[in-house]
Design a binder for this molecule. Structure first.
Ligand SMILES: Cc1ncc(COP(=O)(O)O)c(C=O)c1O
Length: 487
C-alpha cells in the first residue's frame, strides 16, 4: 500500500512531493496498474496536509496519464501503466537503430521515468499560443492543405533568415530549404555531397541517427574521439590524411550525447584543416539556442568564407519536435542537388504548420518561449549535477553540459552489455546505454542521461535508483581486469 512521507522544510511543494513518490511506487511496480489509491480526504488526513494539496497531486498524475479517476468508484493506477520487463524487445544489445526504436517506444509508455531521449518537455510546449495561430489560418486552409513550395513556406523562410542573422550568419530566404526536421536535413546533405563508399568523419560518440543515415547511404563513418573541448585534432588530421573523407558531421554546441561544446580555437583549427583538405562541414546546430551561460562561440558557418559549411538546425529542441520543421542553409554549389533530392523524398513539408510557425516567429513568441524554458532546463541540469554528486559512487564521472539536454556518464569499469539498462527499466527508469553511440565493442561503461524532460524531483529519484544499481554492480564479483581507465 502507499507509503508516503512529506517534508515541510524542503523546496518541492508538498503536492509535488506526493506526486513524485506515487510515480516512484508506480514505476517500481509497488503500485501496479488498477491499484486503488486512497481517497483525497483519507490521504490528506494521514499525511496531515490539506485536501487541496492531495487534489493537486492527483490532478498532476492524472494529467500525465499515471492515474485515472472515475466518479463514484475512486482513483486507480492507470491501466496504461506497463512494466517494462514485459516488453520482449527491450533490454537486448542495442544498435543505433534499436536504441532509437526503444527510446520512441519508452516515450509512449506510462509508468517509466525516462531520461533516455533528448527531448524538450511537452508540459512546457506553448500550445495555446500556437493553437491560436492555427485557428487564424482557417480562411486560408484550402491553399495551405495543398502541396506547398518545395523550399518551404516563404514567410517562414524570412523568419528563419532573421534567426540566422541574430547569430551573425548571412543568408537570404532563397538560400533556405525548410525540411521535415534536422534528420532529413542531414540525410539530404550527405546524399547530395557524398557517393556510396565515401568516408565521412563523425565525432565519437555521435548523434545516433547519423550512424543510421550513413549506413543506409553506404557511407563509411570515421570516428574522431570527442574531448572536453571538441574533437581530438591530432586524430582528426591523421584520419583526413589517410582516408580523405568527403565531409565532417559535427554538433559543436552542446553535443549529443556528451554535452561537450567545441572551443572557439578548435573551430578555427578545423576550418583551416577543412580548407587545406577540401573537406565539407555539416554543422548541426539544433541545440544552439539552448545555452545556459550566454551565447556559444561563433559557429563554423559564421566564419565560413568559402561556402564549405552546410549549416542546419530545427525547431525540435527549441520548440516542439512534432512540428517536424527544420532548415538547411544551402551553399550555391549544392543547391540544385539538394532541391532535386528533396523533390525525390517528400516533395514539401506541411504547409499549415509552417505558416503557423511563421506567424509564431513574427510575433516574437519563440523568444518569449526560450526566455521561459531555458532557465527551467538550466535548473534541471543543476538538479542532475547535484543528484549525481549526491548519489553516484565516487568512481563515476560525468560531463557538465552548458546547454542542450545531454549528460554523459562514465563508469569505472565495463559492465555486461544491456545489464544496467534492463535492470533500470525493470525498476521504471530509462536512460540510453553508451554502446549505442559508439558502434564498436566498447561503450558499455558509458551512458547518456537527458535532463530536459523530467521535473527536478523526477531527476533526483531516477539518479538515486540508477546510482544504487551501479553501486550493486561495482560491488559485484566481476574480475578486476574489467576495470577501465576513464575516457
Ligand atoms: C544532434 C541532433 N540532431 C538532430 C536531432 C533530431 O532533429 P529533428 O527532430 O529536427 O529531426 C537530434 C535529436 O535528438 C539531435 O540530437
Amino acid at each position: 500500500m502507499l507509503d508516503l512521507t512529506v517534508s515541510r522544510d524542503n523546496k518541492p511543494p508538498l503536492y509535488r512531493q506526493i506526486a513524485e513518490q506515487i510515480k516512484t511506487q508506480i514505476s517500481n511496480g509497488r503500485l501496479p496498474a488498477n491499484s486503488r489509491l486512497p481517497t483525497v480526504r483519507g490521504l490528506a488526513r494521514s499525511l496531515g496536509v490539506t485536501r487541496l494539496t492531495v487534489q493537486n497531486a492527483y490532478a498532476e498524475l492524472q494529467a500525465d496519464g499515471w492515474i485515472e479517476a472515475t466518479v463514484g468508484r475512486g482513483t486507480f493506477v492507470s491501466t496504461a501503466v506497463q512494466q517494462m520487463s514485459l516488453q520482449p524487445t527491450v533490454g537486448q544489445y542495442l544498435t543505433p537503430d534499436s536504441a532509437i526504436n526503444d527510446m520512441l517506444a519508452i516515450n509512449q509508455v506510462i509508468g517509466v521515468r525516462s531520461m533516455a531521449m533528448a527531448h524538450a518537455d511537452p508540459a512546457l510546449f506553448p500550445l495555446d499560443v500556437f493553437w491560436r495561430q492555427m485557428e487564424r489560418l482557417r480562411p486560408e486552409a484550402n491553399q495551405l492543405f495543398s502541396y506547398g513550395p518545395i523550399q518551404g513556406d516563404a514567410a517562414l523562410r524570412v523568419e528563419i533568415v532573421k534567426l540566422l542573422h541574430e547569430d551573425a550568419i548571412q543568408a537570404s530566404p532563397d538560400d533556405i530549404l525548410v525540411t521535415s526536421g534536422a534528420i532529413q536535413s542531414i540525410s539530404l546533405a550527405t546524399a547530395a555531397i557524398a557517393q556510396p563508399g565515401d568516408a565521412v568523419l563523425v565525432e565519437q560518440p555521435t548523434f545516433l541517427a547519423v550512424l543510421n543515415i550513413l549506413k543506409a547511404q553506404g557511407l563509411r563513418p570515421l570516428h574522431v574521439p570527442m574531448q572536453l573541448d571538441g574533437p581530438d585534432l591530432e586524430r582528426m588530421e591523421q584520419l583526413i590524411s589517410q582516408h580523405r573523407p568527403r565531409c565532417y558531421y559535427t554538433v559543436a554546441n552542446f553535443h549529443n550525447p556528451t554535452g561537450y561544446s567545441t572551443s572557439a580555437a578548435k573551430r578555427q583549427a578545423i576550418l583551416q584543416l577543412a580548407q587545406q583538405h577540401n573537406l565539407l562541414i555539416i554543422e548541426d546546430d539544433i541545440y544552439g539556442k539552448l545555452g545556459f551561460a550566454g551565447p556559444p562561440p561563433p559557429s563554423y558557418k559564421q566564419q565560413d568564407t568559402s561556402d564549405r559549411v552546410l549549416y542546419l538546425s530545427s525547431f525540435s529542441k527549441m520548440l516542439m519536435p512534432g512540428l517536424r520543421v527544420g532548415y538547411l542553409l544551402m551553399p550555391p554549389a549544392w543547391r540544385d542537388q539538394l532541391l532535386t533530392l528533396r523533390r525525390a523524398t517528400d516533395l514539401c513539408g506541411t504547409g499549415i504548420l509552417q505558416r503557423a510557425l511563421a506567424h509564431f516567429l513574427q510575433e516574437g513568441e519563440l523568444k518569449k518561449h526560450l526566455r521561459r524554458v531555458v532557465p527551467i532546463y538550466r535548473e534541471r541540469r543543476d538538479a542532475l549535477m547535484a543528484s549525481l554528486g549526491r548519489w553516484m559512487p565516487t568512481a563515476v564521472r560525468w560531463s557538465e553540459p552548458q546547454g542542450g539536454f545531454s549528460c554523459w556518464v562514465s563508469l569505472p569499469r565495463r559492465l555486461p552489455p544491456g545489464l544496467l539498462y534492463r535492470q533500470a527499466l525493470e525498476n521504471g527508469f530509462a536512460f540510453t546505454p553508451g554502446e549505442a553511440y559508439l558502434m564498436e565493442e566498447t561503450g558499455h561503461e558509458h551512458l547518456r542521461l537527458c535532463f530536459g524532460n523530467l521535473s527536478t524531483e523526477g531527476i533526483e529519484a531516477g539518479v538515486k535508483l540508477l546510482a544504487a544499481l551501479i553501486q550493486q554492480q561495482l560491488d559485484s564479483t566481476l574480475p578486476r581486469s574489467d576495470w577501465l581507465p576513464y575516457v
